[in-house]
Ligand binder design. Structure first.
Ligand code: GLV
Length: 329
């Protein structure tokens, strides 16, 4: 049994306990990065506790990724749940999650990595880098004209915090950028369209479509046969959201029939991608192992600590996620 040390929080006078459960195994790294930002808080790593019963009434904040369903309802004094990653599936699938604010993680470092991933693949084709690499192997010197960035229309589908950062970074690099979002929101400096009816014309104009959608009841199979058919035959589809957002069979047909030209996929319905999946061998598909935007405790800890401080000052943390019970209604 771990010895519990209850250190009083110097400004509040009582001790404030935080539980970290990063998929039942990786909590210590988070604790190491969080403690300097929250020196007066007591941090417990879920997997190091022999007996969580001893602390169930103490925990005020639960920092979780892929927690066991039903586990969070044991903490009777929970003030907030903070997610240790961008996705929310494990929370959405647990209808017993206590009715406290649920805070998503939006780490600017992760958003920037995802933007750079998409930018890399767009520039890779625009500037013919793969071709030049092949030419080098044959000691062949030949240049090809590159399309101007301003003539390449990049559509970001899903203009949440990450999608908006991606749009801004493409824009800074001179691309013609537009965004699409299901619901209307205020997005400065980006030509953004809203609602299902606005998607079709946006897809028709795009040379590159970057899918940046979460997985939920609105988005499963979102990129279906009809929507793929709206895209230009020369267009590239990049998926950095969730694999389930694309209808896999429809994508395969669209690539085989030259409905679209290329797919760059970082996310899949089943991960790791099974060895017998068609994606591995398809000449028009680039597969990467869900690495476009990793969560780094070194940078994300700052974001999470800032949200805990906001709650302690009586302010609203952000971004807030809807409670799973609401999603079911
Ligand atoms: C990665 O995909 C995450 O959800 O953090």
């Amino acid at each position: 049994m771990i010895i519990l040390q209850r250190f009083p929080h110097p400004s509040i006078g009582v001790y404030v306990a935080i539980l970290i459960n990063n998929d039942g195994s990786g909590s210590q790294e988070w604790a190491d990065h969080l403690q300097p930002h929250l020196p007066e808080h007591t941090l417990y790593c879920f997997e190091q506790l022999d007996d969580t019963d001893a602390i169930v009434d103490d925990i005020e904040y639960a920092l979780v990724w892929n927690h066991p369903a039903g586990e969070l309802q044991r903490y009777s004094n929970l003030k907030a749940i903070l997610i240790l990653g961008a996705g929310t599936e494990h929370i959405d699938h647990d209808a017993t999650v206590p009715r406290v604010p649920i805070v998503r993680l939006v780490d600017p470092e992760m958003s920037r990595d995802m933007a750079q991933y998409a930018l890399y693949w767009v520039m890779n084709s625009q500037r013919h880098y793969d071709t030049y690499r092949q030419q080098q192997l044959q000691q062949h010197w030949q240049r090809y004209p590159a399309a101007a960035a301003g003539d390449i229309n990049v559509l970001i589908v899903g203009m949440g915090e990450i999608g908006t950062t991606i749009a801004e970074i493409f824009q800074l690099n001179g691309f013609r950028v537009s965004g699409w979002n299901r619901s209307t929101k205020q997005i400065a400096h980006i030509d953004c369209r809203f609602g299902v009816d606005a998607l079709r014309p946006a897809l028709r104009e795009a040379d590159v479509v970057v899918l940046c959608l979460p997985k939920n009841e609105h988005t499963i199979g979102f990129m279906n046969r009809q929507r793929l058919a709206e895209m230009k035959s020369s267009a590239t589809l990049i998926n950095i959201g969730r694999g389930a957002v694309i209808d896999e069979q429809a994508l395969r047909e669209a690539l085989d029939n030259e409905t679209i030209s290329r797919a760059v996929l970082d996310v899949f319905s089943e991960e790791p991608l099974p060895s017998d999946e068609w994606y591995w061998q398809h000449p028009k598909v680039t597969v990467t192992p869900h690495m476009s935007g990793a969560t780094y405790p070194r940078s994300a800890a700052k974001v999470i600590a800032a949200n805990i401080r906001r709650i302690e000052r009586g302010e609203t943390p952000f971004p807030l996620h809807s409670h799973p019970a609401h999603l079911e209604n």
